[in-house]
Design a protein around this ligand. Structure first.
Ligand code: THG
Length: 258
């Protein structure tokens, strides 16, 4: 399972305040904690706080000052991506593009130039479709463009897009069906990722909902997750699901393996 730590995101009040005040400690603390928990990438998201590439660069530099974990550059803005990727010390994960050609083509070009991996969202610039079939069509356009650029599928992540159960309850099963179909795009298949915490947004029982949906998503083919990597119960459930899907070899101490 590829783990992407979600916590360095201005959607969280402490991070928003730290970016506004340019106080490194909260970003550095979360970077260290998530790296210690086994994150393979740290998602860095400037959100609506600013459109200034310098602010994203500042965030990435605080993280890189304390850990070596590669960055997931969480922006849909080309201007921010272009500048931010230059300061990444290790090949990052570009998070993310839609299937719209005006966005997709320059994002792939940047991924190629920097040996980066990339997440493609199953949406276009206008809409995030409800039906699995439309998500498959959109993600297929991204997979085809990636292949045509001669880039390896191991570096492509396709994201079927998780919506909050509280407001869009009928979308969970569309996500799962889309994930199942993404696995058939190529051999080897692309990675399939999800922004897990979206599912429990504004809901009660957040941890239980996240944990249950992640297990279902793993069964449908998801192998990468942006999540709370400090949630031990969540990671244990994920490891167990991977074992039950025969993606890991059973050992009595399987929970202790990273
Ligand atoms: N796909 C991809 N990238 C993504 C997403 C996705 N990046 C952003 C997001 N979605 C994933 N990251 C988060 C981080 C935090 C929360 C949800 C998704 C979260 N927010 C709380 C809430 O909504 O209730 C609020 C924060 C708080 O507790 O203060 O849990 O889908 N590729």
């Amino acid at each position: 399972m590829i783990l992407i730590g979600e916590r360095i995101n201005t959607g969280f009040k402490d991070i928003k305040q730290a970016v506004l005040d340019k106080t490194p400690a909260p970003l550095q603390d979360w970077a260290k904690q998530q790296a210690a928990a086994g994150a393979h990438y740290l998602d860095v998201n400037l959100g609506a706080v600013s459109g200034n590439p310098a602010d994203m660069i500042w965030m990435i530099e605080q993280v890189q000052s304390v850990v070596d974990t590669p960055i997931s550059i969480d922006t849909n803005k080309l201007a921010i991506l272009k500048e931010a990727i230059k300061v990444c010390k290790r090949p990052p994960l570009i998070n993310s593009t839609t299937c719209s050609k005006e966005k997709l083509d320059p994002f792939i070009e940047i991924a190629a130039a920097h040996q980066a991996s990339m997440i493609g969202l199953a949406m276009d610039e206008n809409s995030s479709p409800k039906e699995a079939s439309k998500r498959v069509e959109f993600a297929g356009l991204i997979a085809a463009a990636w292949m045509e650029a001669g880039l390896p599928m191991e570096r492509l992540f396709l994201d079927p897009i998780v919506m909050p159960v509280k407001f869009m309850q009928d979308q969970g099963k569309e996500f799962l069906e889309a994930a199942r179909q993404f696995q058939m795009f190529s051999d080897p298949p692309p990675n399939i990722s999800c922004g897990l915490s979206n599912i429990a947004s504004k809901a009660t029982e957040k941890k239980l909902i996240n944990r249950t949906f992640l297990v279902m998503a793993i069964a449908a083919g998801v192998n990468a997750v942006i999540c709370d990597v400090l949630d031990v119960e969540l990671l244990n459930a994920a490891k167990t699901a991977e074992l039950l899907m025969n993606r890991e070899i059973y050992a009595d101490a399987y929970l202790q393996k990273s």
